[in-house]
Design a protein around this ligand. Structure first.
Ligand code: TYD
Ligand code: MG
Length: 459
């Protein structure tokens, strides 16, 4: 019997670049130490289609000839998820869901199954990680399930492909891509070539059968989905499920979406009976805000079309060492350093012998420059040990000369602050003319043009 010919290739874990020999630096993405060895058996099968069949299959179509009968989206009945997906699941789409272990990916997707099944849609949940009994235990926590949900514990791609073709589900869940393996590829499940092969199979199935497939992907310690980057290129939508594991809220963020905007986020709370949607994230983020404490102020960030209020906390204290410590949780460390330098130079706050800690309470991660003014005011308030008014929110970008620059969507931010009961908003002076009185209500709107102006407001 002829032995399958095995060849060794090296793949870059980061970008999927293929090479015949090992290299220290990848020529594709310039990353170091990313090449791994994989053995693959070379396929020598003859092409499966005849020339005539190939010609017929490859007939191009005119744009006007394409009928859009399937363009309607399937609602998941979870508003937060629908929003991130751009209005629901597009039939035939491939959606990758990444996130840390234990963050709630399987729970979220089982809940999607529950809602889709209640809609009389055929759903297939394929798990390579848990047994049927384990899934049943989880399902019992989530509530009643309709009978149109089917479960399968399998990791062999051949069997899965056959089952899907036979069963023709509307929605399929693959939990997780790193456990799936193709027999013809000899490397271990989770390796670059297996992950790529498996994704390819699901891509063909999704586009060919029109079933929508959710793929769970594990993340590496750098926070990207394990396996080659090409995985993210192949799928239609990439969602990341993130949040502090010690806190109960979770954020679903779109990183790529061929059918919608990637700015939107979905906010959930992990409860006893699974994930609950958080309809008013600002209220959630401001829960437990201290009153009358120095170094605390509320700011507002736009997540897509949605304004979210959150608390910025700063603690500035004299250092015990020669070298002051600086730490930022939830925002960019370098940005905090830059703002401290601006405060030293433009306002004259001498903080070179002080430790400084900045924290966005609630565990949000925000890099929008519109929160600069809030950070600067929190730092100054802590340094001077003077509390800011509890009902004040501040938003604006700060430039290197200490000027407060304009920001976008000022009205939505003010509206959200007013809705949450804030009575004073400190905003960039240049934005004042965009504010209409009807949005501000009774709130006092103060325009500042420099950091110095803002400092004068700290009692
Ligand atoms: P899971 O969905 O298994 O995470 P992943 O698939 O991302 O690894 O999430 C499991 C965590 O969620 C686990 O620590 C228990 C918790 N959990 C709840 O708090 N309530 C629930 O109703 C369920 C099902 C899980
Ligand atoms: Mg899981």
């Amino acid at each position: 019997m002829a032995k399958a010919k095995m060849t060794t290739v090296f793949y870059c874990q980061n970008c999927g670049h293929e090479s015949a020999k090992w290299m220290g630096q990848c020529p594709g993405c310039r990353e170091w130490n990313t090449f791994v060895e994989e053995k693959i058996s070379a396929k020598t099968a003859a092409p499966s289609l005849t020339a005539k069949e190939r010609r017929e299959a490859g007939t191009p179509a005119r744009l006007s000839e394409i009928a859009l009968k399937d363009e309607e989206r399937m609602s998941t009945h979870m508003r937060e998820l629908d929003r991130v997906l751009g209005g629901g699941i597009v039939p035939g789409s491939l959606i990758l869901v990444g996130g840390d272990p234990g963050i709630g990916k399987s729970t979220l997707l089982l809940q999607v199954c529950r809602h889709m099944a209640a809609d009389r849609r055929k759903v297939l949940y394929i798990s390579g990680e848990e047994s049927l009994k384990q899934i049943k235990i989880r399902a019992n926590r989530l509530g009643e399930f309709e009978d149109s949900l089917f479960l399968l514990c399998e990791t062999n791609l051949g069997i899965i492909e056959e089952t899907m073709r036979h069963h023709r589900p509307d929605v399929t869940i693959i939990d997780s891509i790193q456990t799936m393996y193709q027999e013809t590829v000899s490397s271990a499940p989770g390796s670059v070539s297996q992950v790529r092969e498996a994704t390819n199979v699901f891509l063909q199935l999704a586009k060919g059968m029109g079933t929508s497939i959710f793929i769970v992907g594990h993340v590496t310690k750098e926070g990207t989905v394990a396996g080659p980057r090409v995985l993210e290129h192949m799928v239609d939508t990439v969602l990341y499920f993130e949040g502090d594991r010690h806190a109960s809220y979770r954020i679903l963020r779109g990183v790529k979406n061929r059918f919608g905007s990637t700015n939107e986020i979905g906010v959930f709370e992990m409860q006893e009976q699974g994930l609950a949607e958080v309809v008013n994230p600002s209220e959630f983020m401001l829960d437990g805000k201290p009153e009358g404490a120095s170094g605390s102020i509320v700011s507002c960030s736009m997540e897509g079309t949605r304004p979210i209020l959150f608390e910025i906390q700063a603690l500035v204290c004299r250092t015990n060492f020669g070298f002051p410590r600086r730490q930022a949780i939830g925002t960019d460390f370098n940005r905090v350093n830059l703002l401290m330098a601006v405060l030293e130079k433009r306002v004259g706050l001498q903080m070179s012998d002080c430790d400084a800690y900045v924290n966005l309470a609630g565990g949000m991660r925000i890099s929008e420059p519109a929160i600069d003014l809030g950070i600067a005011m929190a730092i100054a308030s802590s340094f001077k040990n003077r509390p800011l008014d509890d009902k004040t929110a501040a938003f604006g970008e700060i430039g290197l000369s200490g000027e407060v620059r304009g920001i976008s969507m000022i009205e939505q931010r003010i509206q959200e602050a007013v809705k949450m009961g804030f009575t004073t908003c400190i905003i960039p002076k240049v934005c004042l003319r965009q504010v209409k009185n009807k949005n501000a209500g009774d709130a006092r709107i103060i325009g500042v043009s420099s950091v110095q102006d803002a400092m004068d407001l700290i009692i």
